[in-house]
Structure formats: C-alpha cells, structure tokens
Design a protein around this ligand. Structure first.
Ligand SMILES: [Zn+2]
Length: 393
C-alpha cells in the first residue's frame, strides 16, 4: 500500500502559526500562477469567452461521482446526505436559493443564474448502472489531505474520466481545511475535481457551514473562478471578473453590510469569499461567463458530457416489484428502469398500523429487511403505490 503523502506540505507550515476561527478553503496555499497549463488556460480564456455561445445553449447537466473515503463511521455519509448536497448545488447554481433575496440592492442587477444542474451519474465509466456514489473505508485519518486519496491502489478512490464526470471526494481534510477544488490546468486528471470534508458536505446541520456551500465554492474554483479578493492582500490583485468589486482580503463570519476597503462597498456575500454558509448567496454574471467558458474548453470540456443522470423526478413507481414474495422478511424491490429518487417507504401491518418508515435513495434496487416482524400480511407503500408483502418464517 502506498504511504500517504501530503498534497501540499505548505499547508502544514501555515497551520503551525494559524489559529483561524473557522476552516478555510485549501485553494489559498496553492500557487496556481506557476503552472504552465494554468497559464495556457488563462491566456485562452478570453478566446473561449468570445467563442462560447452563452445565450443560445441547451441545458447543461454535469454528472457527478461522489467518492466517500471514510475512516470514522460518521464520515461515511448517508445517501440522503449526499443527495442533499446535489440539491443544494442545484439551488445555488440556478439562482433558486431562497436567500438570494438578501443580496443588497446595489448588487441585485449583477446576480448570475449559472444554469448548470448537477446529478448523480447513472452509468459508470464501464457502462454499468451506478448510483454515482462510491464508498471506501480507509485506515488512515486525515486521508483528505493525502495523495493516496486519489488512488484506489493507495486506499483512496480513482477518479472517473474527468471530461465526463465531476469527481467529488468526501474525506477528512483535518481541522483547518474545509475543502479544496482544482483550478483548470492545475492538476493531472487523476486529481481533478473537488475535495470536501464530510463535516461540511450536504445539509449537515453545522451551524456555520451547514448549507452545502463549501462544495459550491470549490466547484467555483473547478470551473475557473478565483477568490473574490484575488488571493493577495492588497487592492492590486483581482479575481479577473469585471463585475465583482476589488477587494483586499477575505471576509470571515457574517459581516454587517456594507463593508468597505478597496471598494466603497465590497461583495463579501459572494460564494467565492470566506463568509459562513448562511451569508454567501450569489455568483455574478461575470463569474457565470467565466464558468461557462471553462465548461466547454480544454482542459475541462465537461459541459459536453454524454453520461446519463439519475433524476429525482423520473422514477415510475408503478414499475417496482418485490421479491421474493412471500419471503422470510428480506425483500428486494427492483425498479425498472433504474432511476434515482429519494423515496420514503412505509410498512403497515394488517390492522393499518405504521410499523416502519424510512427514507432511502433508490436506484435499481432497494433492500428492506422486515425479518424482525412476525408472520403475516403487510403493506408496503412508496409514495402512493402500495403492494402486499407476505412474511412467512
Ligand atoms: Zn477557495
């Protein structure tokens, strides 16, 4: 087994003198300007922007594979938790987040509806059905900051083809890094995607970072965005997006509006700042243009992915079958065609009493163990469809 190697040794040096109030994005410590492929991407970006037909385009959906590389059981997030992250991304990238109304009046006209949807992938790179979630137990804490994270041979999980899938690794990145995202051209394909600490993934109940916006921010980097303050602590560095005001450094916590510094009023409520989840609410139109240009050009090209998605709203529940039936209580439900839905199933006994209710992510199969219940006739309901199940031990 490969020994884990820290991706960025520099991060540890920073930690030594750092007592941040909250974890931050690891993007800060990577010098992206020295990479030749990054420079090439930046040089070409203006051309990409002029070539991209950004107004007349078909809907863009990015298939996602989530690699859950867990050490402690609580890091092995539920399917429901993972789906909640996908739904949060879809709100944030389609201006459907309710808190968008909190954007100050002066910035309302700059709001960008990115118009990208994310879905769990329905087909893996070998053409087999999948629910887009890979789970690997690892034997090392802090795997999220190790090179081994990206390699199955090292105990992590190999990336799927990066021109067809957005790879999201969910793994422990320690106390001070909430996650990081690769910038276009910055990383070799096998390390391209984003990494998010399980504590901050999905709608997780965290008081400050519980809305899934660590992933929103990191996908911003993945799609060619820099931090809004331009990554150097003065007013000369810019994020190279025209409609985001110049800003000297990051904002933390949840600042009062307005805040001034390099600009009379700074846009600290942008997803590419460092404020807490409930206080970051928008991308701008300029950021949108940059992300869309990145999607269709090298090194990403993921905007043209042919991979099929699992969609929440496509399941046809009349097509599920329970087998075996009668059973000893262990029942497989099969859904045809295999599609994705966060489904609630309920089990009733013959007197109509509810005896089990649970939410599960359904793809092709759902296994239900009712063997604790005595012999008898039961009714299994998913949404409005009900079937009789017979248990005979
Ligand atoms: Zn960042």
């Amino acid at each position: 087994m490969r020994k884990g190697i820290l991706i960025w040794p520099a991060i540890m040096l920073v930690f030594a003198g750092m007592r941040a109030q909250h974890p931050v994005c690891g993007f800060d410590w990577e010098d992206i300007s020295t990479e030749e492929s990054v420079e090439r991407f930046e040089r070409q970006l203006d051309t990409f922007l002029s070539q991209s037909n950004l107004t007349n385009r078909s809907p863009i959906t990015i298939p996602v594979v989530v690699h859950v590389v867990w050490h402690r059981p609580e890091e092995n997030l539920s399917d429901v938790g993972i789906l909640s992250q996908i739904e949060a991304l879809n709100r944030d990238f389609n201006a459907e987040n309710a808190d968008l109304s909190t954007v100050p009046d002066e910035f309302q006209g700059l709001i960008g509806n990115i118009g990208i949807r994310f879905c769990l992938a329905a087909i893996d790179p070998y053409g087999n059905p999948t629910n887009g979630i890979i789970r690997k137990q690892c034997f090392t804490p802090g795997m999220g900051l190790m090179e081994a994270l990206f390699f199955s041979s090292g105990g992590g999980s190999d990336a799927w083809n990066i021109s067809q899938y957005l790879n999201i690794w969910v793994a422990d990145t320690g106390d001070w890094i909430s996650g990081f995202g690769s910038y276009p051209g910055q990383t070799p394909p096998e390390k391209t995607g984003i990494v998010v600490h399980p504590k901050y993934f999905g709608l997780n109940g965290h008081p400050k970072f519980g809305l899934g916006r660590v992933a929103t921010h990191e996908i911003g980097h993945f799609l060619g965005l820099k931090h809004i303050w331009g990554d150097s602590p003065d007013c000369s560095s810019d994020d190279e997006v025209a409609d985001t005001p110049l800003q000297g450094s990051a904002y933390n916590g949840c600042p009062d509006y307005p805040q001034n510094g390099c600009s009379e009023s700074e846009m600290f409520m942008n997803y590419m700042d460092y404020v807490e989840d409930p206080c970051m609410v928008l991308f701008t139109e300029g950021q949108k243009q940059r992300m869309l240009a990145t999607l269709f050009h090298p090194p990403s090209r993921i905007g043209n992915s042919p991979v099929l998605c699992l969609h929440n709203d496509q399941i046809s529940l009349s097509t599920w079958k329970a087998a075996p039936n009668p059973s000893k209580g262990q029942v497989f439900l099969t859904f045809e065609p295999p599609l994705m839905k966060l489904a609630r199933y309920s089990v009733y006994n013959c007197t109509g009493q509810l005896i089990r209710q649970e939410e599960k992510l359904v793809n092709r199969e759902l296994f239900i163990d009712l063997s604790e219940f005595p012999n008898g006739i039961y009714f299994l309901r998913i949404d409005n469809h009900c079937q009789k199940i017979i248990i005979s031990h």
